[in-house]
Design a protein around this ligand. Sequence first.
Ligand code: ATP
Length: 304
Amino acid sequence: QRQFSSTLFSDDDFTLSEKIGQGEYGHVYSSTCSNPRLLHKYSALKEIKLPLRHSKTGKIVPVRLQEFSEIRLLPHLHNEKAARHNILQHLGIQYNPAQYIRIVIELMPGGSLLDALKTIGKSRIKTLDLQRYARQICSALLYLKHFRILHRDIAARNVLLDVSLNNAKLGDFGLAVTIAEMEGKESTAAREIETVLKKKVAVKWTAPESLEKRVYSFSSEMWSFGILLWEMWSYGRVPYRKIYVENVLEQIHRGVRCELPVSTDPACILPAHVHELLQRNSLWSLDPSARPTIETVDKIFKRY
Ligand code: ATP
């Protein structure tokens, strides 16, 4: 079983600068750090308000830090290699047992890829940039696969950009699990946290077999990666915009998939190799084993 090992910071180590985002369980702040143990002077603090947990009798019980995927899993990836592989760096936690847990993460001043696609869009983000982001996220997914970790929430809202908008990193590990946890070989923390936080599954990003049988695998990650590619080339549109969430699964079984984006700007056009991936017999194949693996997709993107 993996041991918990995350740098613990105190309340006075950080000065909050501004609110930069809204998470599901609290705000995200940019901050400056005065503790020399942290080499990053500027970082982001993702706050999770406490107490979150009610026992069966309705009593509030303490939350164990291990229950948070981001705290349980990310410290194991926290090294220069993970950063080179485009995974948002976990720098530590700040824990105030009565009020909050703050996860200290690398600050990405470019914000989320989804926001950038919608606001900056085609004026600055071209196909060449999107291909680079795709390669970078492939690298993150390969690295996670090496550690047998499933992210389970791959989406443009969870990809963050640096200040130059050249580097994309995969963040928000709130739903991540290891394969061993999934198979019940390791702690039940992952399952507990799902019920404690009642994490919402993003239906339009989730593979059909995961929606139906709660089966997650490296192949279901590839379905979501396909939706992420679609979000990129459609510049932040909502997938299956005209379909209600509750009808998505049925429509997928009928063969409906996201309509492929067309662009009049040649610099923003969907490339043929991405077009091929976003098909019913490729990343969006009903049969998980028929989907290309991350290794294959990585090779495809490296060619361009
Ligand atoms: P959701 O469930 O909607 O994905 P969440 O609770 O998991 O939300 P995040 O997605 O991690 O929270 O963060 C919410 C927003 O805060 C992001 O969309 C982004 O705009 C901003 N944000 C998060 N982390 C960072 C970061 N490291 N640097 C800069 N901005 C960030």
